[in-house]
Design a protein around this ligand. Structure first.
Ligand code: MSP
Length: 477
């Protein structure tokens, strides 16, 4: 027996300071589509997502809500799992950084780093932005505040443990340039390369005054810097330090998906930490773009935060999945809104795919008494649409499938089976059998993106007697 390929895919673990919005949903849907595609191809697939629950940002949000950080994390983390479930996202595991399995693994990892000789004690003085959970440079402030979070950073002077990030500058640069560690798309790769070339400074990996965190194993007065804690989820979840068999089965990750906002952590700090611990680097980081809503940054103050559950309730999970992946080419920034969702829903789903499916099943019932027993269901090789998904070109793959849908609808308009039936029923039969096969094939290709719809189409066509189907998507006025 030949060994199956393995495919390990991750999303960022999301902060639990607030409930999920459409931006978090985007990354997680994309990862779910890739996981479903790789499972469909028979690979040993593992899809991980989860929540990032330690640090000042979460402690402050909990305090504001009048809860303990743990209570608060429990509540918000559950909102993420709930939203993913509603969206038809099916991860193989959901890790929370407050779980014992994670905290223990991080402890083991830190000990390993210390052994590597790459940690040292020092003092740090600087400005800390709680929104970023990172030190920020004076030069990056605008009018004294962090331009992204609009908050004033805190002046800190503390004793920390440091990691010799600077030692990794050249090694990392060559791995990135040679694509041994791939960063896509190219603009993100260039961005990381030019950042590294400016020179890397060592980073503090522990904090003396942050209580809500994992204690440093050898100095319990310090907690582990939340980003180091969080990044390690990708390893702790698959059994680092506990289940080496499982860990080696999946590590290194084949692809880590995220948006462009956190590539410095994932493309510089993370690979350096892994190298220090003697672990292989992920094969690829893919950083997609940022959504705006109604032309503006997603923000509570602006009031344009979209709760994915609201859209799912109204339009259904498949429609939201389709819209987000179709609307904006993966890797680019783009704008989304309910208006745009409704437009695509009516045009592409209700009129395009939905209409084709109703027409074909209706005619099969009417002209063939529901019988297309002999239509071909042979699965094909990876088609070019699937190949596009494979390469994270979701919008491109979907456009190809919708071109087929449009073509099939036109073919029916032209052939006019309702007239042809009177003169040449054999021709009508041939046409409908082919259309049933085409729909079956379209459903297989669409399954990773529209799992519910694909199932409906397939099970409907597999029935002994095909009747006119209920509309897949009801039109919105
Ligand atoms: N907790 C860290 C990640 C730690 S991973 C070891 C974090 N969390 S976050 O909740 O802020 O999530 C950031 C991620 O959410 C982005 O990288 C992206 O995947 C997603 N998005 C958040 N807002 C988004 C948009 N407006 N548009 C697209 N994606 C967005 O950073």
């Amino acid at each position: 027996m030949t060994e199956r390929n393995k495919f390990y895919i991750t999303t960022p673990i999301y902060y639990v300071n607030d409930k999920p919005h459409i931006g978090h949903a985007y990354t997680t849907i994309a990862a779910d589509v890739l996981a479903r595609l790789h499972r469909q191809l028979g690979e040993d697939t593992w899809f991980l997502t989860g929540t990032d629950e330690h640090g000042s940002k979460i402690a402050q949000a909990a305090e504001k809500a009048g809860k303990t950080p743990q209570e608060f994390s429990d509540e918000v983390s559950a909102k993420f799992s709930f939203a993913w479930d509603q969206l038809g996202i099916a991860p193989d595991d959901f890790i929370r950084t407050t779980e014992k399995r994670h905290e223990e693994a991080v402890g083991i990892f830190l000990e390993k780093l210390k052994e590597s000789g790459k940690l040292y004690e020092g003092e740090y003085q600087g400005l800390y932005c709680v929104g970023h959970e990172a030190f920020i440079k004076e030069a990056d402030l605008v009018d004294g505040v962090c331009p992204e979070h609009k908050t004033k950073p805190v002046q800190l002077k503390e004793k920390n443990w440091f990691f010799k990030l600077s030692d990794y500058q050249n090694g990392l640069l060559s791995k990135i340039e040679d694509d041994e560690f791939k960063i896509e798309p190219q603009v993100r790769k260039n961005e990381v390369i030019s950042f590294i070339k400016q020179g890397l400074e060592d980073i503090a990996i522990s904090r003396p005054n942050v209580k809500w965190g994992i204690p440093l194993p050898w100095d319990k007065n310090q907690t582990i810097y939340v980003w180091v804690d969080a990044l390690f989820n990708y390893c702790s979840a698959i059994g680092y330090g506990k289940d080496e068999g499982n860990f080696n089965r999946y590590w290194p990750a084949d692809i880590q998906v995220m948006a462009k906002d956190i590539i410095k952590f994932h493309c510089i700090i993370w690979p350096a930490l892994l190298s220090a611990a003697g672990l292989p680097l992920p094969k690829k980081v893919f950083a997609h773009g940022f959504f705006t809503v109604g032309g503006q940054k997603i923000s509570k103050t602006i009031g344009n935060v979209i709760d994915p559950n609201d859209w799912v309730e109204k339009y259904g999970a498949d429609a939201v999945r389709y819209f987000l992946l179709r609307e904006v080419p993966f890797g680019q920034d783009g704008d989304v809104s309910e208006e745009k969702l409704k437009g695509r829903y009516n045009a592409d789903l209700a009129n395009g795919l939905g209409n084709l499916f109703s027409r074909v099943t209706n005619m099969i019932e009417q002209y063939l008494q529901g019988d297309v027993d002999d239509f071909i269901r042979s699965p094909k090789d990876l088609t070019s649409a699937q190949e596009a998904f494979f390469n994270l070109d979701f919008a491109g793959g979907l456009a190809q499938i919708w071109a087929e849908i449009a073509w099939a609808n036109q073919l029916i308009d032209k052939a006019k089976p309702w007239e042809l039936q009177k003169t040449d029923p054999a021709k009508v039969k041939e046409l409908l059998v082919n259309l049933a096969a085409l729909l079956y094939d379209i459903a297989a290709k669409l399954a990773p993106v529209l799992p519910e719809t694909a199932n409906k189409i397939r099970s409907h066509l597999e029935a002994g007697k095909i009747v006119k189907a209920e509309p897949l998507f009801r039109k919105f006025e």
